[in-house]
Design a protein around this ligand. Sequence first.
Ligand code: GAL
Length: 988
Amino acid sequence: MMKDLGPHGYVEDRSPGSGRLRPRAAFVSDLPAIALDGNWRFRLASGLDDLTGDFAAPDFDDSAWDLLAVPSCWQMAGLPGEPRYGAPAYTNILYPFPVDPPRVPRQNPTGEYRRVFEVPDGFPAADAVLRFEGVDSAFAVWLNGIRLGDGKGSRLTTEFDVCDVLRPGRNVLAVRVHQWSSGSYLEDQDMWWLSGIFRSVSVAACGVRDFFVHAAYDHTTGQGTLAVDVTAPTPVSLSVPELGISGADPAGPHVIDGVEPWSDEKPRLYSGELVSEAGERIPLRIGFRTVAVVDGVLTVNGRPISLRGVNRHEWHPLTGRTLAEDVMLADVVLMKQHNINAVRTSHYPPDRRFLDLCDEHGLWVFCEGDLETHGFEPGGWRHNPSDDPAWREAILDRTERLVERDKNHPSVIVWSLGNESGTGANLAAAAVWIRDRDRSRLIHYEGDYRSCAYVDLYSQMYIGLDALAAVGRGQEPPTADPADDAHRRALPAVLCEYGHAMGTGPGGLSEYQQIIEAHPRLAGGFIWEWIDHGIARLSGRAESEFFYAYGGDFGEEVHDGNFVADGLLFPDRTPSPGLIEFKKVIEPVRIHIDPTARQISVHNLHHVRDTSYLAFQWSVEDGGEAVGSGGLTVPATAPGERTAVGWPADLTAALDAARKEGSGQEVWLTLTAVLAADETWASAGHEIAWSQGLVAASAAPAAFTRAPAITRDRDIAVGRSRFDARSGQLIRLGDLDLDGPRLDVWRAPIDNDLLNAFGEPQVSAWLAAGLHRMRHDVLGVEPDASGVTVTARLAAAGSSSGLDVVYRWSAGVGPEAGRNRLRLETTVTPDGAWPAPLPRLGISLSLPGDDADVEWFGLGPGEAYRDARAGARVGRHRSTVTAMQTPYVRPQENGNRHLVRHARITTPDGSLCITGDPVIDLTVRPWSTAALTAAAHPYELVRDGRLHLHLDHAHHGLGSAACGPGPSAPHVLAAVPTVFSVEFSTSR
Ligand code: GAL
């Protein structure tokens, strides 16, 4: 028997809604409006069988109902404590209900909302609309007991005509919101499932219905052409005083000489106004720009653009997908501050105010439709709405609402049909509709990458370096249809997603960027993704201690764990090391230092900006201590150009002095390019680009005379060091108690080790080889006249392969060894089969302590790994063990300091100094690797009273295999015979 939903049939039918007004542009006017945001009465029904029959009646008594904020997501209420209404649930691909379209479960949590509001006398109720900017997922609306209609399309605006129903004085709005609906099948984006009226609601007087600003720029003449199509009941005039347009016919076209075009770098907006004969005034912000594909290259205003972008979901750890305007502004400002110039609004149109901010501060936008049907893929795309005529209206409706709402934003240069919805006639129809409506922008849809039949960009996600380079060269494999092939080969290419920023990493961003910059066809791309969608929750352990929850933390039946935490920002919007890396990799100005020629060259990669907005500064550090700094005059360099300048006299003098009277340590020249004046998104002095050059290498360390080993009862003394005579372990160095070091190859797997969207995760081979349970067996301890030799084998139970290791210890005697210098040379020889790379290759040791000050000379200040080290610079850095832990939402290997020349770890018991030969990777933690491996959330990590040190010869690269390629060949850590050395001492 078919389920009969009676009056609630709209929940499951495929229609996009009923009773709604035609979609139109989002704009503000000076006509009165009543904001309905605030506390509403709320009741959560468990499903259609549990509804409140007369809840829409104006006199219904709702005084016993709860109060819930509108806008908000109801599952977020109560957090960071216990969720009050249902709970958030996370899946990436799978629908969290049986796939039986368009039906959804009868147990369908349904929010009943009521709001009483006053309409002041004089409010033009006869021309008013009721506007919902975002309701997830389907809803029906009653005003004063009269049903206005229903809607779907969660991230799209829905408007109802209320002119016959709205009245002066008391009005009662009742809205029923269903968590699941046929629309849920079109909204399978990789994110938390959240419900409710999550964007603003208002009643607004309506005069001018709609308008479409066409503002093109002709780079050959410098002319702008402005035409505004207006739909209004009375005549409307256009004024743009700056352009000499006053009271003109909006349709024009108005051709203006010498306009300044809009771009991400110079977001020039002209203020204008539409004024209707009825007296309504609508402010306009007009940006002139022309998007075109020229010879297969993506251009704006006649110049190629390179997208240095991110995919942005709307997220806040306490409010979910409801964002306050200051949060949107924070996103835009953080993007601009990190050299990001483009956003893909994955995978739905954002809050309309976000696009205003993009117009204002300058970001290229790929504005994406609210569409994803990924959950049909596991079923072989059977019943996929994208290709089913029954869903055509729903899909076209979403496309129209996307374009109509956001069509007046100069920042929007591309319409994206949606994400991961397979292919099909409905998508093709959506593209046809857009082309007909708006020829000024390009059409994007990645899911059609095989044919690209209905798109204007060849878009792919997560492809590897070789495949990307092949696309750049125009040598991608052919499509099935020759006509499609010819079309696709003529298209610019973009990476709509790459550099999956999940957990530690991503690695390889520099490699991607090099390829992007080498091929004009490659228009750049968008990192996946901007922010971790962690949800703040109390740990319940210590008062007000909270953590960021991910999939499974709310007891979901099906979920995808921490795949939801894959952003460049941590949930609280703190930049992760990945963002620091990305900022450096995409810097729009490249500075190159040539110490031999004593020259600096500047390469301007901007689209339109010359370098005169930057101030260049130099500083010189000797062994990490500043010895001089000053300004550098670089002539304004045009976009695409390079300028070389010689070193200024004060820099040369500082370097010569450092060389002559220097410390014998490395001398580094650092150049920075900072904002010369305030921008809307950062203050003067904000750094845009930097570079370093080694101008003097360090002197070779003094050799020392080796002390003989003296064997006593249970230990062996070498200089001021003590070794356990049986285990060969170093137990004391000077006055410091130590334990270790031992060869160590295991790292707490990073997400890119644990997951692989396209194959076998790296960790499988590691676990099969037993790398997480290696046993260290000492085979011999041999003291001699110049030190101690310890031989051992690191191998796993059941495995016939092992790593043979020889530790050769020597300590210094004589005056030059006053620092208790103790040298360890470690020789590793793999024995047997080692088909997989090693996670790491180094030694680990521990010493007593909860925390320590750490100072090091090497890359910093943040973590860096071999394939994610562009953002770290050589210098003397100071931190603490606590601060050196990177708070990934799921604990994993983190916090490595790369290419460390020397370090000092100071505990209350004394200082341990470490010197690389010449460099070593350094990690210090207040917990063991085993504890880090076992923890699912940061609060589960408990200090164990020891400081765990890793001194690594090398790490396996990070890559981005969780969704994308693993580390590239140069960053794979093969098990091969290796010798590395490190020196310990107790003071420097
Ligand atoms: C892509 C998808 C994104 C996200 C990402 C992995 O396939 O478009 O929405 O799921 O993978 O994090």
